[in-house]
Design a protein around this ligand. Structure first.
Ligand SMILES: [Ca+2]
Ligand SMILES: [Ca+2]
Length: 240
């Protein structure tokens, strides 16, 4: 990996620079050599710092004149989409074909879809069309999936047909998810309930909260892994 290699270069150059300097010889040549090595180390390190995080490239193809509201995490989006492999242009997915020609709903920002969609479909208006280019790290990575070979960069043409408010906001999930691991533990839910009770001036009753937390998890932790995932949170919604 390029980033790892750069770091190795930095370390190697630095140690060379150090050993050149500690040789005790003070000739101009040796000093020059030392400075060249230091400069090389600095350049390599600067290069490493400049290597960007994988990003989605967004090209707006069409934007409506009127835009009442823009998409944000937690919204439900209705989209039509065509997906292509950048390498050879093969279309591997299309709502116009596969979903009986119907657009599909999904919730933005909760990793229900690939990260590239969560990042690339923010701030979008109904009626807007985008072409997004998604690097493998934000799509199906080194493994690939189905028709998508390993390490594929994907191109999607996406039309946003409609936006609905998600049943629960992304913000409240983030507020509850104290350690940012994208799932709610019993402790996090308990802490949230406690805070809510106190906010409304109710006395905190620990055993009552335990019962409440258990019943919430019984209903909402669909896969019984002991956590309420962002997805589980977004789709079921009575107690919280
Ligand atoms: Ca958590
Ligand atoms: Ca779960």
């Amino acid at each position: 990996m390029a980033w790892g290699r750069r770091v190795v270069e930095c370390i190697a150059a630095e140690s060379c620079a150090t050993s050149a300097g500690s040789g005790g010889e003070s000739g101009a040549e040796r000093r020059l050599m030392m400075w060249l090595l230091v400069a090389a180390a600095l350049l390599a390190c600067a290069g490493a710092a400049l290597i960007p995080e994988p990003e989605v490239h967004i090209q707006v193809l069409e934007k409506p004149f009127l835009c009442k509201r823009k998409t944000r995490s937690g919204d439900m989006l209705l989209v039509h989409s065509d997906g292509f492999l950048q390498d050879n242009g093969t279309r591997f997915y299309s709502t116009y074909v596969e979903n009986s020609g119907q657009p599909v709903w999904f919730t933005l920002g909760i990793r229900e879809v690939i990260k590239g969609w969560d990042k690339g479909l923010q701030d979008m208006c109904v009626g807007e069309k985008r072409k997004i280019t998604v690097p493998p790290a934000l799509a199906y990575g080194k493994e690939g999936k189905g028709k998508i070979p390993p390490d594929s960069t994907l191109i999607f043409n996406i039309s946003l047909m409609d936006i609905r408010n998600g049943p629960r906001s992304h913000e409240s999930f983030q507020e509850m998810d104290l350690n940012d691991d994208w799932k709610l533990s019993k402790e996090e839910v308990r802490a949230y309930l406690k805070a809510e009770f106190m906010k409304h001036g109710n006395p905190v009753n620990e055993s009552h909260h335990d019962v409440l937390v258990s019943s919430i998890f019984e209903k909402e932790d669909e896969d019984s892994d002991g956590y309420i995932s962002a997805r589980e949170f977004t789709y079921i919604h009575d107690e919280l």
